[in-house]
Design a protein around this ligand. Sequence first.
Ligand code: KG4
Ligand code: ZN
Length: 331
Amino acid sequence: MSGLVLGIETSCDDTCAAVVTTDGEIRSNVISSQGVHDRYGGVVPEVAARRHLELVNLVVDDALRRAHADLDDIERVAVTQGPGLVGALLVGVATAKGLAAARGLPLCAVDHLQGHVSANFLGPEPFEPPFLCLIASGGHTFLARVEGHAGFEVLGATLDDAAGEAFDKGARMLGLPFPGGPAVQRLASEGDPEAFDFPIAAGVPGLDFSFAGLKTSLLYRIRDLGEERGAECRADLAASYQRAIVEALARRVERALEQTGLPRLAIGGGVAANAALRERVGVLGVEVAVPPLELCTDNAAMIAGAARFAEPLDRAAALALDAYATGARGL
Ligand code: KG4
Ligand code: ZN
């Protein structure tokens, strides 16, 4: 067996390793969600880093085993360099550096956001550029023009919170567990999305997003309803709040499709797992690619996949590789 890329991703709270062929076929994609952050209502950076340290070697071994491969079969090592939590990223970077140095393998540093975009290029049905790409996760929300396999042009981004953050913060206000997206979606399925009118940042010009006003609006609405009435309306609040996030995303996508003339759309990031968003972008009248759920949320297959189109670092740069919290694009 040859032509395998080992990917490692530890930018937030999921410890991930994957094996992908140079043709983009996923041989394994192991995601160990830490599950220790729920009690804090969000990810605690130091806890995430320590947990990555405990898990990373086990997760890499598991990814190799599931791919029926060992390190002799690996042709290239890929790791997320940033953006993300630096302490968490450093665990993946140090692991990848060590593996590459010990085995004399080329090392590729991959941008996490490029990874989300590149999830579309993986088999069995790769979505080929050019296309418009919406990435909406817990840390990022942006629209990109994708014209090749390496790189993308940011057309617009959130001015404040990410869409996933809006789900997470809204969930907390509604007394739902972390991460908020799946919990809001579940509760929303029992509610009326038209019951409350939440703002969708209609006044924000261009292709940027804003979710801070929406979050504040939910806070005031819950306060105004009072405890008893608020509890009765929880499902309606969740459904209306979800609808506002989905509309805010979908309308910017519509505007971007119009402005760029790009004929196709791909969505990614954790929020792309949202059923209402998937349904909404499905009726925009363009061809839409929605990667499977495990490729929307953080994973290492997208990192290994992106490395297929990246230049490996030279030996000195590989040994000196450092993590970054914020990327060159300011995202
Ligand atoms: O991409 P991701 O796994 O990690 C980051 O890079 O942030 O995204 C996590 C985010 C969280 O904010 C989570 O609440 C949101 O994605 N999310 C969802 C759903 N599943 C995950 N949001 C809405 N609906 C979902 N079904
Ligand atoms: Zn992500």
